[in-house]
Each structure stands twice: as C-alpha cells, then as structure tokens.
Design a protein around this ligand. Structure first.
Ligand code: GUN
Length: 277
C-alpha cells in the first residue's frame, strides 16, 4: 500500500513556522483577494484562504464584486491596490465572470504584488529558468509536498495531465527546472494509459476522474490536484484512490493532499512579497 502524501500535516508544520516568523515582523503582511461573481467553489476557496491568513497573522481582505462588474472597475481597483504601500499581495480569484478579459486583469497586477506568479513578468521568468518574485501556488505546493517526502525529481519521468496556466503549465516547467523529464498530457493526448505506464511521477490536474491504478507503473508517485463533487456529492480527485494506491509508492489524497498545500503556498508567497517589499 502506498504512503500518503499528507498535505494537512505539512500545512500545519509550515504554518506554525510561518506564524512565528510573522510575529517577529514590525507590521502584518497584507493580502487582498478580489472575488468577482458568485462561483460557489471560488467563494469557498477564498474564505478558506482568509481563515488561514487570519490564523497566522496575515492581514487579509476579500473585495467582492457582482458578476456584472465592469473590467474598468476591476482595473481601477487593481491600480489603487498597486499604489497602496500597505498592500503586499494581490490575488484575483479565477475564473472571472464572462466578458472580462483574464489577461487584461492579470497584466494589470504589479509583478511585485502578484502573489500567484501569473503576471507575464513572473510567468516569463519562470519559463526562462530565472527566479520569479514568487512561484504559482499549486505547483509550488506540489513540489513542497514531494520534497517533504524526499522524492527525487532529477532524471525522473514526470507526467503532468492538464495544461492550464494555473497548474499544468507552471507545474511542467517547475518539474523541468528541477531536472525531471517532463511529458504534458491533455484532452488531445492519444493513449494516456501508455504514457502513464512509463511515469515515475504523475501529477493530474484535470477535474474529472481520469486515472486508475491499472494505468500506473508499480512504485510510482501520484499527486492528485483535481477536486470536484461526484454524482453522489462526494469530494473526489482525478485519480481512483483505491486502485491507484495499490500500484503507487506514494499518493496524495483528495481532500487533504494538494488543497491544503495550495493555501500554504499562498501564505508563503504573501510573506515572500512582504519581505521583498
Ligand atoms: N482559481 C483556482 N485556483 C486558483 C489559484 O491558484 N489562483 C487564482 N487566482 N485563482 C484560482
């Protein structure tokens, strides 16, 4: 049976250290989250972020906008936050309502306050192998989790399923920067199972049930980034946990694996931006 990659446990360990560090600062780091529209999952994510921030002494604020907010109004708010020296970190929760250009909004965030690492400056630096101000939260959380369990990346075949800007692309690049051999699979990939059979490390970030134990190489490492509710309302990941944990050496559960690590990375990134400030 596989060893569980316990994101909750690592979250607690990191947050404890981070709280001590923040207690020593002369002012609280500040994170502003912009939430536009009423996507139910986004509301839960954003409230969870605030809860954790408050717990460790990060000053956090959620600014809510209705789904009919104009792009101009959001751009004006971002400009105001960019110029506010009391704000260290800005996060615009995605997805944005229809009709608003995600690119225009992200491009407006100052790279020094871009806590997701999504602006062209930070993304560009990541992809050119230079240090961005911060690394995107979910892939950063995955790498922290792998590091905690001493899982080597160098020379390993890592297969990333999904090519989103939030997870798949930065994840692949960060694995590459750590000297893994990386394959990126997506909805047009032919014979996913055959590719997965050669994977030492699998990171799945799709949001639907796509991986089962038969597809996996014995002794591989499985990181499940996907999270969704199945037809019975049960929270599930991309990977069929029971069958996969028979073949894998390590596996992250859903919930309790990558989710807590994403929030932990957000807290780490907020503090990093504060310190760079
Ligand atoms: N929506 C889902 N994940 C994320 C994330 O990591 N950052 C932002 N801004 N929005 C998200």
């Amino acid at each position: 049976m596989a060893i569980i990659l316990d994101g909750k446990k690592l979250r607690e360990k990191i947050l404890e250290q981070l709280k001590i560090k923040i207690d020593g600062f002369y002012r609280k780091p500040s994170l502003v989250v912009i939430l536009a529209g009423d996507n139910p999952a986004s509301k839960i994510y954003v409230n969870n972020k605030k809860k954790v921030a408050d717990r460790i002494g990060i000053n956090s604020q959620i600014i809510n906008y209705p789904s009919n907010v104009s792009e101009e109004e959001l751009l004006n708010k971002i400009k105001e936050l960019n110029e506010d020296s009391g704000v260290d970190a800005i996060l615009v929760q995605l997805p944005l309502p229809d009709g608003i250009s995600k690119e225009n909004i992200i491009n407006a965030i100052s790279p020094e306050k871009d806590v997701d690492g999504f602006t062209p400056y930070n993304f560009g630096r990541l992809f050119s192998g230079e240090e961005p101000n911060v690394y995107p939260c979910t892939p950063k959380g995955v790498l922290l989790l792998l590091k905690e369990y001493n899982i080597e990346l160098e020379g390993k075949h890592a297969v990333v399923i999904g090519r989103s800007n939030i997870v798949g692309k930065p994840m692949a690049q960060m694995l590459l920067n750590n000297n893994a051999t990386v394959t990126v699979c997506h909805s047009y990939t032919k014979d996913l199972a055959q590719i997965l059979k050669t994977a030492d490390i699998v990171v799945s970030a799709v949001g639907k049930n796509i991986v089962n134990g038969d597809m996996l190489k014995q002794g591989c490492v499985v990181v499940d980034v996907g999270i969704f509710k199945d037809e019975n309302g049960k929270t599930r990941g991309d990977v069929d946990f029971d069958s996969a944990s028979k073949n894998a050496a390590y596996i992250s559960p859903v919930p309790g694996g990558v989710g807590p690590m994403t929030i932990t990375s957000l807290m780490l990134n907020t503090v990093e931006l504060y310190e760079k400030g």
